[in-house]
Design a protein around this ligand. Structure first.
Ligand SMILES: [Zn+2]
Ligand SMILES: [Zn+2]
Length: 344
């Protein structure tokens, strides 16, 4: 596992938490996607399980425990995502079908988790279960987790990961030690990438485009074409804001349909829309904007709202339509080059 990019403050906090006799057993890693929340949770698992010299504040990175966690192959470090990991139907529940495509962390998975942590770890001092994203737990599943979260068996650490801590129920949040994971400074990301052998000019471009998210930076560094996709997506945003209302509706329907099949790319597209409007906001601050700052802020709020709606039970299509209708109309003129260059 390569060194973590940024987050020196969080690492200090995790070391302090891990150094005591009774380390924190329930952690909530709250921060935007791609900032390294799971990576930090794994670092905590390493700190607690490293077989290296006792008293060292860093995991050694070389012992069996450190290596297996680094390869994400440790039998006692389990990540639970939406899907059917740990699915455990009730004893009397016949015909419980597998649900690998599920978008939620279901109550059957939480039951599986509780069953798992009631047993001793295979080899680790501390087993770690990471729930990612914790906000995809339905209320019933969250309630089922509460007691375990309150008094996890001594050899268990539960790490909740979320970009939307405000959507978690308060009883969950209050049982966790909250760790805020913030975006990382551009220069730190750039240096981190160069440290991993990425060419300096690519590292500089990636650091600019990733908006403080080291996870995204590593994806871009591996496949720089994805950054080009972003440029194309920004162009498309402009075309849509210049198009007729009927075309906006067509696009909203397209978003809803793609969202039904696979959420992640559509959520990434919302990121692009945010970047697009933030650029417009900067332009209007310099007196160069086509739309008023108030209209642009309304557009940004509409994106925040649609994200919240999509987490809830709201129908995707009308939510996207409402968002598109809130966007001010722009012309098809090319965005100013210096605006794009100042981006980031
Ligand atoms: Zn070690
Ligand atoms: Zn199940």
């Amino acid at each position: 596992m390569d060194p973590i990019i940024g987050h020196a403050d969080v690492l200090r906090e995790l070391r302090t938490l891990a150094a005591v006799d009774d380390p924190a057993h329930a952690l909530l890693f709250a921060g935007p996607d791609g900032t390294g929340r799971v990576r930090l949770a794994l670092e905590y698992a390493r700190l607690l399980n490293c077989e290296g010299a006792p008293g060292d504040s860093q995991p050694c990175g070389a012992c069996r425990s450190c290596r297996l966690i680094g390869e994400r192959a440790h039998p006692d470090v389990v990540v639970v995502n939406p899907g059917d990991a740990l699915c455990r139907p009730r004893a009397n529940e016949s015909g419980h079908e597998k649900h690998p495509q599920s978008r939620d962390i279901r109550i059957c998975q939480v039951r599986g988790l509780i069953d798992l942590v009631s047993r001793y770890p295979f080899e680790a001092r501390y087993r770690m279960v990471i729930l990612d994203p914790a906000d995809r737990m339905a209320r019933e599943a969250a309630n089922t987790l509460l007691k375990t979260l309150e008094e996890p068996p001594g050899h268990t650490i539960i790490a909740l990961v979320t970009a939307a801590p405000e959507t978690l129920i308060e009883t969950i949040v209050s049982r966790c030690r909250r760790i805020d994971v913030r975006p990382v400074a551009r220069a730190e990301i750039e240096a981190g990438l160069v440290g991993r052998g990425i060419a300096p000019d690519l590292a500089a471009r990636v650091a600019l485009e990733c908006h403080g998210r080291p996870g995204k930076a590593l994806t871009y560094a591996t496949d720089p074409n994805l950054m080009g996709d972003r440029g194309r997506l920004l162009d498309r945003c402009r075309k849509i804001t210049a198009a007729k209302t009927s075309e906006r509706f067509t696009y909203a329907g397209d978003l809803a349909e793609r969202f039904r099949r696979d959420r992640a790319p559509v959520l990434a597209e919302l990121d692009t829309w945010e970047a697009f409007w933030e650029e417009q906001l900067r332009a209007s601050a310099k007196g160069l904007g086509e739309a008023s700052a108030a209209a642009v802020i309304e557009a940004l709020e509409a994106i925040t709202l649609v994200r919240a709606d999509l987490l809830g039970m709201v129908m995707a299509r009308p939510a996207f339509e409402l968002m598109l209708l809130s966007f001010p109309r722009l012309t098809l003129a090319e965005p100013l080059e210096e605006e794009l260059a100042a981006h980031g």
